[in-house]
Design a protein. Structure first.
Length: 496
């Protein structure tokens, strides 16, 4: 298999500046961030560290729909869509003219719903995948307006299932679709009024009570339903849910759990339903809570993050909470991981990482200890920004490894990859210059410059078909000069 990207290591790189803080970013998502200079960076979908999307700037908010395609909103309220094209990996950006000033985007059950500041809902039936070809199919969902919050859930019964969206209106009423979605027929749930938050099929009212409406089957969607209070829950401030597992935070910052716990694995998974809420006495001062895989993640008011398992037949009153990290300000939830912002503005990920969604420079399937997102670093050749669609700057052993195949060629070098021996040869032949040949064997670790062995302080490596090479050694051998602007997160290669 051809090595598609070749990377260079900046040998005199000061990692303390890179690792100290990510304080030059303005906002972040589960797999993205925006820097204060207006640049926009993403990771995941095979990218283990942040890479810049050069055609996007001044991004205010991202809406994570899928790893390799997302909707973002700029500071001027315009909405844009970016996607990665196979097999080239090229990133394309499109303006979504039918959407502006978005508040929320929910991507569930093969449909995408977008809510804007005018409280209008827009529908895109993605058939499981959001692509640029479908952007012109976005339509206003005219049957429901004046919406302030969205929710969605599946209901199962005897091999049939129902796809249900819930809509919280400004007047505090909750509405659901009547019939198979998409539909423009909706009906209110009679009981809950003055609702301020919805999660799946539960609602939090202004008086602090939590209401629940029962599951329906696909054949029962035409029948009216009524919500009922969960009597054990009072003075509640926040609710969260994931696949029928629920938590609530009350005014005393105590945490309550009810709903589904899981045992078994894969096709043998058993769902256990705990209908009566239980207060979790082993955690206090709760600020926020999330479900990730089979874990309950809790952020306390003091900035500590704790984890307890829901892989059990029922949740006890005193589950063991394992301490993950401290000094956390905010947590964003991804599909199978969380992203945490600490007080020093650094970003840390925890959870499943098989697609690089933690941004930590590796593809370990899951990290059970928080991993730091590597700081986004831009690379320039003669002041021209280098587009790196498939991999970004990776820091290992206190040095930065950077993918730069296109830079080699722009520096006048030719590249040859021997698949059998796993050897890359970089050669430069220019008039009035001494010829240069660099050979790196990834099997043996040997490096030769003009047929003479060279000892490097860090071994070149391959990570998922991408080869990484030492920057200063290669660039200076090819007649270049390297400058690292630490405060700006930029590396400049200047040809002499």
């Amino acid at each position: 298999m051809y090595v598609t990207l070749f990377c260079l290591l900046f040998a005199l790189f000061n990692t303390s500046a890179l690792a100290a803080s990510n304080g030059d970013f303005q906002s972040f998502g589960a797999t993205s961030l925006s820097k204060s200079d207006g640049s926009y960076w993403v990771w995941g979908a095979g990218q283990s560290v942040p890479i810049q999307i050069h055609d996007l700037s001044d991004v205010e908010k991202s809406f994570d729909c899928q790893f390799d395609r997302q909707l973002v909103m700029k500071k001027d309220g315009t909405v844009w869509f970016w996607e990665r094209k196979d097999p080239s990996g090229e990133i394309q950006v499109h303006n979504v003219q039918s959407l502006n000033n978005l508040i929320d985007v929910q991507y569930k059950m093969g449909d995408l719903l977008a809510l804007d500041q005018e409280r209008k809902v827009y529908l895109l039936s993605t058939q499981g995948q959001l692509t640029s070809d479908r952007l012109n199919q976005i339509t206003h969902l005219s049957g429901i307006d004046d919406v302030v919050d969205l929710g969605a859930y599946w209901d199962y019964h005897q091999q049939s299932h129902a796809e249900i969206w819930a809509f919280l209106k400004k007047d505090g009423t909750v509405w659901i679709n009547k019939g198979d979605f998409p539909t423009e027929a909706f009906e209110p749930i009679p009981a809950p009024n003055n609702v301020i938050e919805i999660e799946e099929n539960i609602a939090l009212k202004q008086d602090g009570t939590v209401w629940y409406w029962p599951s329906q089957t696909k054949n029962d969607l035409s029948a009216s339903i009524t919500a009922a209070p969960i009597t054990e829950l009072t003075s509640i401030k926040k609710i969260k849910s994931y696949n029928k597992s629920y938590v609530a935070i009350d005014q005393n910052a105590d945490l309550w759990f009810w709903g589904v716990t899981l045992t078994g694995a894969s096709d043998g998974t058993i769902r256990h339903n705990q209908t009566v809420p239980v207060k979790l006495n082993s955690i206090k001062d709760v600020k926020d809570a999330f479900f990730v895989e089979r874990s309950l993640i809790v952020l306390t008011k003091g900035g500590d993050v704790w984890e307890a398992s829901i892989d059990r037949e029922s949740m006890p009153e005193n589950p063991v909470f394992n301490h993950l990290t401290s000094d956390v300000q905010e947590i964003k939830l991804g599909a199978r991981h969380i992203m945490m912002q600490k007080n020093d503005a650094s970003l840390w990920g925890w959870g499943v990482n098989k697609s690089g969604q933690l941004g930590s420079g590796d593809f370990e399937f899951m990290h059970l200890t928080p991993q730091r997102v590597q700081r986004p670093v831009a690379v320039y050749l003669n002041d021209e920004p280098i587009v790196m669609n498939s991999s970004g700057v990776i820091i290992r052993n206190d040095q930065a490894f950077i993918p730069l195949r296109s830079v080699f060629e722009k520096m006048g070098a030719a590249i040859n990859w021997d698949t059998y021996t796993k050897t890359v040869t970089i050669s430069q032949r220019e008039p009035e210059k001494e010829p240069v040949t660099i050979s790196i064997n990834y099997s043996s670790g040997t490096v030769d410059l003009n047929n003479k062995p060279v000892t490097l302080s860090n071994q070149p490596f391959i990570l998922v078909s991408t080869a990484y090479l030492p920057l200063r050694f290669i660039s200076e051998s090819l007649g270049g000069k390297v400058d690292w602007i630490q405060d700006e997160g930029k590396i400049f290669i200047l040809m002499q």
